[in-house]
Write a protein that binds this ligand. Structure first.
Ligand code: 3EB
Length: 328
């Protein structure tokens, strides 16, 4: 052993600082500190970088990009339909695939989750904190044959050992691009976060049979390991396990905010969504965009917001909000 080298080897690893999340005007500009960068919609010019992802949901407000930054050297690459980047103790990984190449929705979801599970399991950063799912025609098909329900079945079939100790926070939204396209991307790190459930809602994995054969596999939020950021799942007007205020956008927005407030309290974060809470609102009907923007301007005017055209996984739900709440 080299003299003096033993002490450092036994020092505990420091918890990695949480990524910074920013929304910026215009198309994404990547820097050496960028772990991942997102543009929204078909108009965004393709960028040839594994850290860049086009989210196929169309923006309803101005043109904004989302940037995740970390401290540390970043490496990135592609492998088949998976792309990834890592640095500073954090891992971004994304799979984009086509349902018609995997025998349908269920097969594509299984494939995406198998790919991600295998990749994450082989990495130091194997604790998945947060995951996003965007699929086409999410409400097509009725009863147990609804597209979203097949997605839920394929998702859990594809989830490997890395998901065995609890589900991450998640979003699952329907897009209006090429119907066969499935996009799944995640943020993972080298130690576990803390799952947070919402006392106003039944945990999704315990939803009763009426919502499908396979209950959805997600937690309501994850407190990142440093304890300074709550990663908030897609949150809608669900109370208990039931959808509230079918068809009423204003009442659904108010209920959604009560759920978001309850999650902050459950996660031990200070109340309110200020400039340290970048949020996204997914809006089913374009004619509701103004109501959603108006609600945000009234109730969380400082919070950075990206408005996207997306369908919520239950037909009667008109709006869903997700995002991040930094301790600030
Ligand atoms: C809900 O509360 C609304 O299947 O990953 C929200 C967030 C919803 C994530 C998912 C579904 C998912 O049940 C739907």
């Amino acid at each position: 052993m080299l003299p003096g080298s033993d002490m450092r080897e036994h020092a505990p690893l420091a918890t990695p600082a949480s990524p910074r999340v920013d929304y910026r005007e215009g198309y994404a500009a990547l820097s050496p500190r960028t772990l991942a960068a997102f543009d929204f919609g078909a108009a965004a010019p393709e960028q040839d970088d594994p850290r860049w992802l086009r989210v196929v949901l169309e923006p309803m407000g101005g043109r904004q990009s989302e940037i995740w930054e970390v401290d540390g050297e970043i490496e990135s690459s592609r492998a088949g339909d998976l792309r990834w980047s890592r640095g500073g103790g954090w891992l971004f990984a994304a799979v984009t695939c086509r349902e018609d190449q995997h025998g349908g929705t269920e097969g594509a979801a299984r494939h995406a989750y198998e790919q991600l599970s295998r990749f994450v399991a082989a990495a130091d950063e194997r604790h998945v904190q947060r995951i996003w799912n965007y699929l086409g025609a999410i409400n097509a098909g009725s009863g147990d044959d609804e597209h979203y329900k097949h997605f839920c079945t394929g998702r859990i079939e594809g989830m490997g050992e890395v998901f065995a100790h609890g589900f991450p926070a998640a979003t699952a939204i329907g897009h209006h691009a090429d119907e066969a396209l499935l996009q799944v991307y995640l943020l993972a790190t080298d130690r576990p976060g803390t799952r947070v459930e919402n006392p106003r809602q039944v945990s999704a994995w315990r939803y009763p049979r009426q919502y499908g054969r396979t209950p959805p596999s997600f937690a309501r939020a994850t407190l990142l390991p440093a304890g300074d950021v709550l990663a908030i799942s897609g949150t809608a007007a669900v109370v208990g396990h039931a959808s509230a205020h079918a068809g009423d956008i204003d009442a659904q927005l108010a209920e959604t905010l009560r759920n978001l407030d309850a999650l902050l309290a459950a996660g031990g974060l200070p109340p309110g969504f200020d400039r340290s809470a970048p949020l996204k609102a997914y809006v089913r009907r374009p004619e509701h965009a103004a109501a959603v923007a108006g609600f945000a301007a009234t109730h969380f005017p400082q919070a950075p917001l990206i408005l996207l055209h997306g369908d919520i996984c239950r037909e009667e739900l008109l709006v869903e909000i997700d995002g991040w709440r930094f301790r600030g």
